[in-house]
Write a protein that binds this ligand. Structure first.
Ligand code: CA
Ligand code: CA
Length: 70
């Protein structure tokens, strides 16, 4: 599995209602399942990835934000 595939899998894991967008509420629900020491990773996920400011992150926005971090 390459990085894009694993990031897509993570996105799909967070997008629990499967509408193709990740919201802050979905991120928080996902964080609750993570070990506390890893939760910070997703903390700025929605505000930093949401380039068109509709308060939800599409897969396109997600991949653009996560892959540019290197
Ligand atoms: Ca969703
Ligand atoms: Ca957006």
């Amino acid at each position: 599995m390459d990085k894009k595939e694993s990031l897509t899998a993570l996105f799909n894991g967070i997008d629990t209602d499967k509408d193709g967008y990740v919201t802050q509420a979905e991120v928080e629900a996902y964080q609750a399942l993570m070990p506390p020491e890893y939760r910070f990773i997703l903390d700025p996920a929605v505000p930093e990835s949401d380039t068109n400011k509709d308060e939800k992150v599409s897969l396109e926005e997600w991949l653009a934000a996560t892959t540019q971090q290197g």
